[in-house]
Design a binder for this molecule. Structure first.
Ligand code: 13P
Ligand code: SF4
Length: 330
């Protein structure tokens, strides 16, 4: 690891960036961050690289080095428009795989190969084949939070931002929706479509309970509660609104609630709060250990060494890309 070469000049150069995130980063920590940020901004130019960052990335990544930010759907859509030769995905492995599927000719790097996802871990391609055998002729909708090999066994993908639309677009009374059981239950309730689910859960969102929300309302009168649809249905039922991370951010921007709680990963509130200092964020949140494996230091290392490159078996990439492209076209 390089020794931070912090100086008054560096502080002056990075002051506008620090202004954005100072509510979340103590000034004593900024010198080390500033050194990495300057290096990353230079390396991006030298390497012809862009950084795509998910809404759960920490503020110094999200607000200081990312070129494109968003939810899983926005990152997939934006990945189709990138001109740069290299994409660094500041997020988890399935997001980097999706970017690679949509950019087979570009180099896609993930700063930490172990940035996984409990949902992606919960299901294998063999499991999907078994579901197809058990329910022949029922279309398979796969959440993007899966490996490319699982996507390759599916008819179409979805994200939390378009799950309802994708399920409805199929125009059938019954679908298999994998692997998030709670998302499937939440969408079944919204659409009236019968959904055959899998018992996968997000380790971050499954920990919230309906009682947490009731206690939150007792302790914070007037709070508007926004929940991610990976939360259990009883949590979503207690919330004022449920939507993807981008939908939650949009809600805050549109409605400007005086007091809000985002029932999701912790960095989400920090990132939205930067844009809306007038809103009070109440923070019952859970950290995603996978998202938190990505740091400025690891992004810098990825660009210095051009690692870790994401590759996908061509036999898997073709059908997996088709499932993602069907989603984007729906
Ligand atoms: P979004 O698509 O809503 O950003 O969610 C991704 C994710 O991993 C949520 O846990
Ligand atoms: Fe996966 Fe949950 Fe982390 Fe999102 S928050 S990456 S769904 S474990």
């Amino acid at each position: 690891m390089s020794v931070p070469s912090f100086s008054a000049d560096l502080m002056a150069r990075t002051e506008p960036l620090y202004e954005r995130v100072k509510a979340f980063i103590p000034s004593i920590e900024w010198p080390a961050f500033a050194d990495d940020i300057e290096a990353i901004l230079r390396l991006k130019r030298e390497r012809n690289a862009v950084i795509l960052a998910h809404n759960y990335q920490t503020p110094e990544i999200f607000h200081c080095v990312a070129d494109i930010v968003g939810d899983s759907l926005a990152l997939a859509r934006e990945a189709t428009k990138v001109d740069a030769a290299t994409i660094v995905l500041a997020g988890v492995h399935f997001m980097a795989e999706t970017a690679k599927l949509l950019n087979p000719g570009k180099r896609v790097l993930i700063p930490d190969l172990h940035a996984g996802c409990s949902l992606a871990e919960s299901i294998t391609p063999a499991d999907v084949r078994l579901m197809r055998q058990r329910y022949p002729d029922v279309p398979v909708v796969t959440y993007v939070n899966t490996s490319a090999a699982v996507k390759a066994e599916s008819d179409i993908c979805c994200t939390s931002g378009n799950a309802r639309k994708i399920v409805e677009s199929l125009g059938v009374p019954r679908v298999i929706m994998l692997p998030d059981e709670y998302l499937a239950q939440n969408i079944a309730r919204e659409t009236g479509v019968e959904i055959i689910a899998w018992a996968g859960h997000c380790e971050v969102h499954e920990r919230f309970t309906a009682d947490d929300i009731r206690q939150l309302r007792d302790g914070h009168p007037g709070v508007i509660v926004l929940a991610h649809p990976e939360c259990p249905p009883e949590v979503v039922a207690e919330a004022d609104f449920a939507g993807s991370t981008a939908a939650m951010a949009d809600y805050v921007g549109r409605e400007r609630p005086a007091r809000v709680a985002l029932i999701t990963e912790c960095s989400m509130s920090d990132n939205v709060a930067v844009e809306h200092p007038e809103v009070e964020f109440v923070r019952p949140c859970n950290l995603c250990p996978h998202m938190k494996r990505i740091s400025l230091a690891r992004i810098r290392h990825a660009l210095e060494t051009m690692t870790h490159e994401v590759t996908i078996d061509p036999a898997v990439a073709g059908p997996a890309r088709q499932a993602v492209e069907r989603m984007l076209a729906a």
